[in-house]
Design a binder for this molecule. Sequence first.
Ligand code: DX5
Ligand code: ZN
Length: 219
Amino acid sequence: MKTFKIAPSVLSADYANFETELKKLEASGAEYAHLDVMDGHFVPNISFGAGVVASMRPHSKMVFDCHLMVSNPEHHIEEFARAGADIISIHVEATPHIHGALQKIRAAGVKPSVVINPGTPVEAIKNVLNLVDQVLVMTVNPGFGGQAFLPETMDKIRELVVLREVNELNFDIEVDGGIDDKTIQMAREAGANVFVAGSYVFKGDVSHQVQTLRDALDA
Ligand code: DX5
Ligand code: ZN
């Protein structure tokens, strides 16, 4: 079985204190720091870019899981690789060149991850599953933190688990959006093993919140 990883999203953190927020994440034992990059075009909201990721890098040894919610992400890959991303997630909906873009991520020495929105079928990424280390199944429509988890996305996780097995592939399955101590169990049961949580982690003491997610996974 794949190991479980918790990936708090700093989208819900204090942007004026990323250094402190990253230290809190590191102390919580979370495996990844999930960094949500939004361009105000692919999604309505604007968050932060590669410059901010580069400034965060010296303050944390955590795996930087960069989720690019930007149009034509292929234009920004080298920039995020240089900034210190360990994983780069790009949306299949954001580019006509998903295959080449994922190859570009690998060539930059970063782990490629492909993302599907709630309205996008698994079929759309079937031909690139052999190129990725991770598939991110959005469990909300991207753009904002604090939205309600969409349980209908769980069927796609089950589908991916089958495809991974049949084709002898080895990618992680990540979920993002509306994850709390209840929905994390639904995602785990469907077959996800990497869990992003933003508002749930930052609404209270970070270490305590991460621990409650961990306990829910172990329950
Ligand atoms: C949504 C982002 C998420 C977001 C999750 O567009 O990709 O990573 O931060 O936030 P919560 O956990 O609050 O739904
Ligand atoms: Zn995200």
